[in-house]
Design a protein around this ligand. Structure first.
Ligand SMILES: [Zn+2]
Length: 150
């Protein structure tokens, strides 16, 4: 999935989840959720996160451990231990999970139990295909609808 699609999926998760977050925490919650939605591609040298933290991108296989179900748990728990905030950690977790589940839709797929098992779960979408752009616009439109109407 493209960066923008991960952000759009994160946005949709954020506008729904914000209903359960107190108003004074909503801005940072949404920001950390979007950071979580970008974070897993830290293992890709050409991604925005991978360029910022390039040694990680060269040490880890793309869509390996950072895209596993283990990582969905481990990194938000680490975030919680560092921040001490359950609300913001849940935001990071929701963003992280949205990234992994949108990557599951692609033909490249993810290895949910990497590095223990290397079997892949995969979908039908090709990253950057016209229908990914369609998905991007649908995610944005539904996010705006949820934000304004619900
Ligand atoms: Zn990814």
């Amino acid at each position: 999935m493209m960066f923008k699609t991960h952000m759009a999926a994160g946005l949709l998760v954020a506008v729904v989840a914000l209903n359960f977050v107190s108003p004074e925490k909503q801005l940072l919650f949404a920001f950390l959720l979007l950071i979580g939605a970008a974070f897993p591609d830290i293992d890709h040298p050409k991604s925005r996160m991978g360029q910022m933290f390039w040694p990680i991108a060269y040490l880890f296989e793309h869509r390996g451990f950072f895209h596993s179900f283990f990582a969905i748990v481990i990194f938000p728990v680490m975030f919680f231990l560092l921040s001490g905030s359950l609300v913001y950690s849940v935001g990071f977790l929701l963003g992280y999970a949205s990234h992994i589940f949108t990557d599951l839709l692609t033909t490249q797929g993810v290895m949910p139990f990497h590095p223990l098992l290397k079997f892949k779960l995969r979908g039908f979408m090709h990253t950057g295909a016209y229908y990914e752009y369609a998905l991007f616009f649908v995610l944005i439109a539904v996010s705006i609808f949820v934000l304004l109407v619900l």
